[in-house]
Design a protein around this ligand. Structure first.
Ligand SMILES: *[C@@H]1O[C@H](CO)[C@@H](O)[C@H](O)[C@H]1NC(C)=O
Length: 207
């Protein structure tokens, strides 16, 4: 029996919807599953059943959180909404810190929302008449291979993990273009290019 084209279309739409619901549920990991607050408990607000976190910065404190585990490899992401006011002098960062082990490195993920240590060559000071500065974070899923620095997981570099595939070693031309567009449009300062402050660029600047 043949299906009428609109029946096929409806089936396709339903499958599409199911795929997205399923995918969304998978990606919709709660904060507590993977992360823990490490700084400024009173300045952390959980929204939307822990699917979103707001970090506030005022005169008394900033806030931050980190991944519970170390990872030997992974594909890490975080959706971040920066403060909507003039927040010069405020750092909102998602970064990794690595520990060397016998197979390579183990990585922990961190966020901080703090008054600035160094940007614009230290020219900008936070304008505290704008407090609280609020930053929002979403997407607490971590695609990673857990490892323990004192007992590294040597499986983490195997190709059984999709992010170890060659195509994830570098940005593809479209991603590179998107990245360069964002730099051009929104970046006002790059410490890697600040030769006055860093005559020798810090190691993470070399690529
Ligand atoms: C600080 O922010 C307030 C309120 O937005 C503004 O009126 C003031 O000019 C700002 N001060 C500086 C030094 O930018």
């Amino acid at each position: 029996m043949d299906f009428h084209p609109w029946v096929i279309m409806v089936i396709a739409l339903i499958s599409f919807k199911i795929f997205f619901l399923f995918n969304n549920a998978l990606r919709n990991t709660g904060f507590n599953e993977n992360y823990t607050v490490t700084l400024g408990n009173q300045h952390v607000l959980f929204l939307n059943q822990g699917r979103e976190v707001q970090l506030s910065l005022d005169r008394s404190s900033g806030a931050g959180f980190q991944s519970k585990e170390y990872f030997g490899s992974g594909y890490f992401q975080m959706r971040i909404k920066l403060p909507d006011k003039d927040s010069a002098g405020v750092v909102t960062a998602f970064y990794i810190s690595t520990t060397t082990n016998s197979y390579g490195t183990d990585t922990k993920l961190y966020t901080v929302h703090l008054p600035l240590v160094a940007n614009d060559g230290g020219r900008s000071k936070a304008n505290y008449s704008n407090v609280p500065f609020q930053a929002h974070f979403r997407d607490f899923n971590i695609d990673g291979c857990p490892s323990i620095p004192t007992n590294p997981n040597k499986e983490c570099h195997s190709t059984k993990y999709w992010w170890n595939g060659k195509k994830y070693n570098h940005l593809n031309p479209n991603q590179l273009k998107a990245y360069e567009n964002v730099r051009k449009k929104y970046m006002t300062y790059d410490y890697c290019a600040d030769r006055r402050r860093y005559p020798t660029p810090p190691p993470e600047c070399i690529r």
